[in-house]
Write a protein that binds this ligand. Sequence first.
Ligand code: GA4
Length: 329
Amino acid sequence: MVAVSSTACTRAKKTREVGIPVVDLSLNRSIVSELIVKACEEYGIFKVINHGVPWEITSRLEAEGVQFFGKPAGEKRRAGPATPFGYGLKNIGLNGDKGELEYLLLHTNPFSIAERSVSISNDPHNFTCAVTDYIGAVKELASEVLDLVAEGLWIPDRHALSRQIKDVKSDSILRFNHYPAVKNHSPSLKACKEDRIGFGEHSDPQILTVLRSNGVAGLEICLHDDELWIPVPPDPTQFYVIIGDALRVLTNGRFVSARHRALANSSRHSRLSMMYFGAPPLNTTISPLPQFVSPQNPRLYRPFTWGEYKKAAYSSRLADCRLDLFKLR
Ligand code: GA4
């Protein structure tokens, strides 16, 4: 089904109604691993249900986010500016990208969370616990997904991928994005929503992202480089897994790292999303795994360390195709 919409204040914009794959983690393991591999090859994103992350852990972290973003602007600024960690308002990254949002970016290192929590919350201990519990639970989910990926791809070492994000020196990140509600909600504002970007088009540099949002829409993905943006329906009780550039490289391009964006909010309600970005330690080499390289499938990327890739990411603009810098052909 194809739905093409245009509004008075935008160029014609195409959207297509496509179902994002849904993977039920409670099903038979070999079926699940096959479904995940297929979703990673065709979409680079899928929804997981029966994921095992307790609702209390998610809702407690969401409450911390709501509390923080509800504070007066001056208080929030105490946790910023984001360089790249901390509180950010409209400025994204270090090279001039902007979006209609505010955010909190945290490294998942426990010491770093405890240190930052002091400028974020009036009850730093509670904040630190909520963040730590959530990271523990989504890291577990991400690791399980990576083990299933390894099984589905017949990677001999079934923990080769999950080990990278479980490492104590892992460079994983937690992000809250807050897209404020639209005040004086009017039909004309709604009509213009497609002109306004909350968080611009990009692919995530890491291995994989576990995304959870409240019930407000906004996330879209672009499939097969074809300019069609597909809305990702919000589902507060479930998680979306998004494949990052590092996993694309490890599979020598067999998996796609989904390009996605968030539209600016056009709702009376705030949109709050929480993303865990699973990454290896900085000195880890990212290189296509041997079983994905053959005379028929020559190596597509030169080896690089995660630290090198991160540096390239922070020297680029959000929409840049950073992986091109590491391509061999
Ligand atoms: C995209 C994924 C994560 O949100 C993020 C982003 C980071 C940032 O906002 O600081 C980047 C962006 C992200 C990729 C290119 C660079 C770095 C902004 C930007 C312009 C935290 C990440 O790791 O890369």
